[in-house]
Ligand binder design. Structure first.
Ligand SMILES: *Cc1c(COP(=O)(O)O)cnc(C)c1O
Length: 385
C-alpha cells in the first residue's frame, strides 16, 4: 500500500470554525454581508495592531487588483514587481493594461533586491515613465528588506503595495507584515497559514480607502433606490460563510505560527550535519518569519553531487511533496518580453532551491519519514563517494 502523502502545506482546522458557520445558517446570513465578515475584519485589525482598516475579499489576487486601482494604476502605466513570486502578484498589473517591470531577488530574504530596484526606477524614469507602484512580497513568510525598500519608495515617491499573502504572523522590527506598505494584502487560500477555503483581505491606512475598495468589490453601486453605476465594479467581496471559517482560524493563528516555526527548527537540526544544504533563516533579529514554508538551497558541488532534483525525486518516491522555489516571472512564458532588472540571483535560487513540507499539522510520524528519507539520500552518497 502506498504511504499517506505528506503535503507541503495543508489546511489545518482549528476547532470553532463550524460554530461560526452554524451561526450563519441560524441567522440566514448566507450572503456576502453579515456578522462574520465584520467580525473577521475586526479580528484582523486587532491582530495587526497598527492603525489599519481591513476589507474582506474573496481572494488575495482580488485584493492586489483593487490595491493597484486604489494606487491609481491605469492602462499604459508601469508597475514594479518582484520577479521571484507567485504569478498572482503580477497578474493584476496586466488585468489593468499596465506593464510589469520585474526585479531580481537578493540571497538572504529571497525577496526584492533594493539595489536592482533603484537601478530599475532610475532607468525607467530616464526612459520617460516613472513607475506607479512597487509590489514587494514577503516570500514564504520572510519579510523583505523593509527599511531599504521603503527608503527607495520614499525617495522616488512611489507607493508600496505589500503582498503579504504568505506572511500573516510575520513581522519586521516588531511591526506586523501586512501593515508595512501604503496598502497591504493577505491571502486565506487553502494552503496559507490560516484559511477561509479561499479568500483575502486588503489592508488600508484610511477608512476612505477601505470604503472605496469595498465599493468596487460589490459592483460599484452608487447610492440610489435603483441600481445605478458610474464606474466599473467587481464581485470580489468575501462570503459570510468563509468569514466564519476565518474567525475560527484566527483563534489558532498564534499556534500555527509556533508550529510552522518548529518545523523550520526541525529542518535546521536535520541539515546541521549535512554539507551543501543551506536552510534559509532570518538575516537578523529585525526579521520575524512565520516560516509558512521552509526553503533550502542545495549545492551539489559541496555535498557529493546531490542536486535539488535528486532530493526532490527521492522525497516524491516516498510520497512526500516538495517543490522548487517560485519560478521567476521574467522566465514565465506568459511574461516573456517584459523588462527585467538584476543579475541572475532569482534564476539560481529557482534552479537549486526547494520548499519542504512545512504544515502546522504534520505529525511526529510524518517528520520521522521526512527525516529518514533525507538522511538516506545524503548518507548513500557519502558511502558511495
Ligand atoms: C497565494 C498568493 C497570492 C494570491 O492569493 P489568493 O488568495 O490565492 O488569490 C498572491 N501572492 C502570493 C505571493 C501568494 O503566495
Amino acid at each position: 500500500m502506498k504511504k499517506k502523502r505528506i503535503y507541503i502545506s495543508e489546511a489545518h482546522k482549528g476547532g470553532r470554525e463550524l460554530f461560526y458557520i452554524q451561526e450563519v445558517f441560524k441567522d440566514n446570513w448566507i450572503a456576502t454581508e453579515g456578522p462574520n465578515i465584520v467580525g473577521f475584519e475586526s479580528d484582523l485589525e486587532n491582530y495587526l495592531q497598527e492603525e489599519v482598516h481591513v476589507g474582506a475579499l474573496n481572494s488575495g489576487t482580488a485584493a492586489l487588483h483593487l490595491g493597484l486601482i486604489l494606487l491609481g494604476v491605469k492602462s499604459g502605466d508601469e508597475v514594479i514587481c518582484q520577479t521571484m513570486t507567485f504569478s498572482a502578484s503580477a497578474n493584476p498589473i496586466v488585468y489593468l493594461g499596465a506593464t510589469p517591470i520585474f526585479i531580481d531577488s537578493e540571497v538572504e530574504t529571497l525577496n526584492m533586491c533594493p539595489v536592482a530596484l533603484e537601478k530599475a526606477i532610475v532607468h525607467r524614469i530616464l526612459l520617460g515613465k516613472k513607475p506607479k507602484a512597487i509590489i514587494a512580497v514577503h516570500l514564504y513568510g520572510m519579510p523583505f528588506r523593509v527599511d531599504e525598500i521603503r527608503a527607495i519608495s520614499c525617495k522616488y515617491e512611489i507607493p508600496i503595495l505589500e503582498d503579504s499573502a504568505e506572511a500573516l504572523g510575520s513581522s519586521y522590527k516588531g511591526k506586523k507584515c501586512g501593515t508595512l506598505g501604503e496598502i497591504g494584502i493577505l491571502s486565506f487560500n487553502g494552503n496559507k497559514i490560516i484559511t477561509t477555503s479561499g479568500g483575502g483581505v486588503i489592508v488600508t491606512k484610511t477608512l476612505e480607502q477601505k470604503s472605496k475598495a469595498i465599493f468596487l468589490a460589490t459592483q460599484a453601486r452608487d447610492e440610489a433606490p435603483h441600481y445605478q453605476h458610474s464606474q466599473i465594479g467587481y464581485n470580489y467581496r468575501m462570503s459570510n460563510i468563509c468569514a466564519g471559517i476565518g474567525r475560527g482560524q484566527m483563534e489558532v493563528l498564534d499556534n500555527h505560527v509556533i508550529l510552522r516555526r518548529e518545523m523550520h527548527d526541525f529542518y535546521v537540526n536535520l541539515f546541521e550535519n549535512i554539507d551543501g544544504v543551506l536552510v534559509f533563516n532570518e538575516p537578523s533579529a529585525d526579521f520575524f518569519s512565520n516560516f509558512w514554508l521552509t526553503a533550502i538551497l542545495v549545492d551539489e558541488t559541496k555535498n557529493g553531487g546531490i542536486t535539488r532534483e535528486i532530493l526532490r525525486a527521492a522525497l516524491e518516491a516516498e510520497n512526500i511533496e516538495s517543490r522548487p522555489l517560485w519560478k521567476p516571472m521574467h522566465l514565465q512564458p506568459v511574461f516573456e518580453g517584459y523588462p527585467y532588472y538584476g543579475a541572475k540571483v532569482a534564476e539560481t535560487l529557482f534552479e537549486n532551491g526547494l520548499c519542504l513540507p512545512s504544515g502546522s499539522n504534520l505529525s511526529d510520524e510524518d517528520r520521522e519519514r521526512i527525516s529518514k528519507t533525507i538522511q538516506v539520500v545524503f548518507k548513500k552518497e557519502i558511502k558511495n563517494s
